[in-house]
Design a protein around this ligand. Structure first.
Ligand code: COA
Length: 164
């Protein structure tokens, strides 16, 4: 199957910043698995199945990209997939400390895989899923930052919540 890269995250929901990373990684690695974390400390707006489903629709055009959920430790999933790389996007210097720690720990847990960082394209450097959710829930327009399918899902979910 060639070199497999895992791109893990919460993806609540997937943004254009995430799909930009996937698009570029798809041109570098033979196979990219976007791994949606099921067990997360974050209070998510979308269930794991919903986050997986949205990512699948957004990334449908990439033939060498697969979307899967994972439970528990990322290192176990990386090993089970036979992946050689864990992919993370870096948006700003502030991401670095946490990412460096995560990369170090993952290297300890699964020595056969390395973390590869891709710098986020400049116009997406200030996006985060929680900011997108906050803006959408307050009636702001996030169409520029997410795929139309995600935009519709956000309006549906957070619009309803606002009325409740
Ligand atoms: N474009 C836009 N936004 C980006 C981005 C990009 N290129 N890269 C990161 N982000 C945002 C995310 O949207 C997210 O925003 P949010 O905090 O507002 O939701 C934030 O940056 C970083 O989160 P994300 O990329 O989703 O990763 P995460 O930190 O939530 O997930 C896991 C980290 C899931 C990889 C990690 O917790 C994990 O491995 N968990 C499994 C358990 C485990 O193995 N633990 C031990 C680890 S050593």
């Amino acid at each position: 199957m060639g070199t497999i890269a895992i791109y893990p995250g919460t993806f609540d929901p997937i943004t254009k910043g995430h799909s930009d990373i996937v698009a570029r990684a798809a041109g570098i690695f033979d196979h990219v698995i976007l791994a949606v974390a099921a067990a997360t400390a974050k209070n998510t707006a979308f269930s794991t199945d919903e986050r997986v489903d949205l990512a699948r629709q957004v990334l449908a055009e990439y033939k060498n990209v697969e979307v899967r959920r994972f439970e528990g430790l990322l290192a176990h999933f990386v090993r089970d997939c036979g992946a050689k790389a864990v992919l993370r996007g870096l948006r700003a210097v502030s991401d670095f400390e946490y990412e460096f720690q995560l990369a170090g720990m993952n290297k300890k847990l699964v020595p056969e895989a390395d973390t590869v960082f891709l710098p986020t394209t400049e116009n997406y450097s200030y996006i985060s899923s929680s900011l997108i959710r906050e803006i959408a829930s307050l009636g702001g327009n996030v169409a520029e930052f997410v795929h139309p399918i995600v935009h519709a899902a956000l309006t549906e979910r957070l619009g309803k919540r606002q009325k409740a």
